[in-house]
Design a protein around this ligand. Structure first.
Ligand code: HEC
Ligand SMILES: [Cu+2]
Length: 463
């Protein structure tokens, strides 16, 4: 048997000597297991990759893809990424080829080679060194030109489109987004009061038009990112940042907070819905209205069709409906109309529950009770496809799950714990409030199953 090469690591050398005897005989059990194990691992790998097709691994056009994009800002960012990839690929091939060539060409061909003295060492080769410097500088220049151009182009709405840009203000809260349309007026009461239009978690914008988003934060640093349209830009306390976005055509886009901001950062999401001119105008008109009131025709003791359906709310914990999954924009449009089979009595009951518990302290429902601003505006909550910062689909199952126990859905959220001042006292109690010592939380809002069902009916009637 040939002596193991002294250039091998000592550890490998030892292992070789210890176990090499088994190779001279029949395959042993461990080696058989190892062989089948490797085959199984390879097969599992292939199966896993095949499974990736479900999340569009090969097509790379998932909800938050930056490879299949739908707007000029994201496209410019993608182009830059591709250029960087090509430059890196060229460097990889050149360096890899030189390395492979040297390894092959200068390998030890015989036992004598292995023990030969190292060749005479030389120092420096001006030609090679200079050309390496020039090549690196060139590679950086190739990347730098489009980078600077991209920063210039995407920092703000291009001059030519500035006058026509649609402006909105987005404010990050732990862990949801508020959207303010300061140029639009909405009714604040039935006596003709006016207020800017405010909504949450779903940013509805005109398609094909530059959007200028003013980025603000209520608490910590957040970051605003809609992968298919562009971003990301941070929302920083005491700093006015802007972001330019544009959707090529009507669509439904996924957004995400991209700066770690606490417990529920990973589930701090939102949506951007781009509509054509006419549909956008219709949406604005509807949102400007006061909350919809469904007049109770009969007493609240009538049989409730919705109760039975809601009982099985545990069955579909993280579920989203097939209609929303495949055609989100269509599902969003369907949400704009009042639901069929509304139970007016139940809705009226829900409105009472909303008023009796401290929901109204944190949520605004223009025209109804409720003027709180620490939680999302719920005036037209029923017309949104998502809830809890874009985390859940806004259907009866998920809404009840949220109202039942917000903490089980979203760790640390401010609806569950309310707002605590620096002495540890609750300033605005949510589902739980402190004892005043800063230690221990006690239940504050307790809802019966009936209350929950009524709240769901009420909130979904707010179109
Ligand atoms: C202490 C303030 C507070 C109270 C009280 C409160 N909420 Fe909330 N609510 C919030 C906050 C904050 C959020 C956002 C949570 C998140 O997504 O992280 C929220 C979110 C919601 C949402 C989801 C809105 C959306 O667009 O995503 C609904 C629905 C809701 N609350 C209903 C209620 C109901 C019903 C009650 C009363 C039983 C209630 N809230 C009581 C603060 C409060
Ligand atoms: Cu955040």
């Amino acid at each position: 048997m040939q002596k193991p090469s002294p250039t091998l690591l000592t550890f490998g050398d030892l292992a070789y000597q210890t176990f090499s005897f088994s190779h001279d005989h029949m395959p042993t059990l461990p080696s058989t297991i190892a062989r089948y194990g490797r085959a199984a691992a390879a097969l599992a790998g292939v199966l896993l990759l095949a499974g990736c097709d479900k999340i569009n691994f090969w097509r790379m056009d998932g909800h938050q893809s930056t490879i299949v994009v739908d707007g000029p800002v994201a496209r410019e960012q993608l182009d830059l990424f591709i250029i960087t990839c090509w430059v890196s690929l060229v460097i990889f091939i050149v360096v890899g080829a030189v390395l492979a060539y040297a390894t092959f060409k200068f390998r030890a061909r015989s036992e004598a080679d292995e023990h030969a003295a190292p060749p005479e060492q030389s120092h420096g080769n001006p030609l090679i060194e200079l050309s390496l410097i020039v090549a690196s500088v060139l590679a950086l220049v190739v990347i730098a030109i489009p980078t600077v151009k991209g920063i210039w182009n995407t920092y703000d709405v291009p001059e030519a489109e500035r006058k026509d840009a649609y402006e909105v203000t987005a404010t990050g809260y732990q862990w949801w987004f508020k959207f303010e349309y300061k140029s639009e007026t909405a009714m604040s009461d039935s006596k003709g009061g006016k207020t800017p239009l405010i909504t949450a978690n779903e940013l509805v914008v005109p398609a094909g038009r530059a959007i200028r988003i003013h980025l603000r934060t209520y608490d910590v640093i957040h970051s605003f990112w809609v992968p298919k349209l562009g971003g990301k830009v941070d929302m920083i306390p005491n700093r006015a940042n802007i972001l330019y976005l544009k959707a090529d055509k009507p669509g439904y886009f996924w957004g995400q907070c991209a700066e770690y901001c606490g417990d529920s950062h990973a589930v701090m999401r939102f949506r951007v819905i781009a509509l054509d001119k006419k549909e956008f105008a219709e949406w604005l008109e509807q949102q400007a209205q006061l909350a919809r009131t469904v007049a109770p025709a009969i007493a609240a003791t009538a049989p409730r069709g919705q109760v039975a359906a809601l009982r099985k709310f545990r069955e579909n914990e993280a579920g989203i409906t097939a209609a929303y999954d495949t055609e989100p924009l269509k599902a969003w449009r369907a949400k704009q109309d009042p639901e069929k089979n509304e139970d007016a009595a139940l809705i009226a009951q829900g409105r009472e529950v909303f008023k009796k518990n401290s929901c109204i302290n944190c949520h605004t429902v223009r025209g109804h009770d409720g003027g709180g601003v620490t939680g999302p505006d719920l005036t037209h909550f029923g017309s949104r496809t998502t809830l809890a910062g874009g985390l859940l689909e806004n259907d009866a199952t998920q809404l009840r799950r949220w109202i039942h126990d917000p903490l089980a859905v979203k760790p640390g959220n401010k609806m569950h714990f309310g707002f605590v001042d620096k002495d540890g006292k609750s300033t605005m109690a949510g589902y739980r409030k402190t004892e005043g010592t800063g230690k221990g939380w006690t239940p504050n809002i307790t809802l019966t199953a009936d209350d929950e069902v009524a709240l769901v009916a009420y909130l979904h009637s707010l179109k």
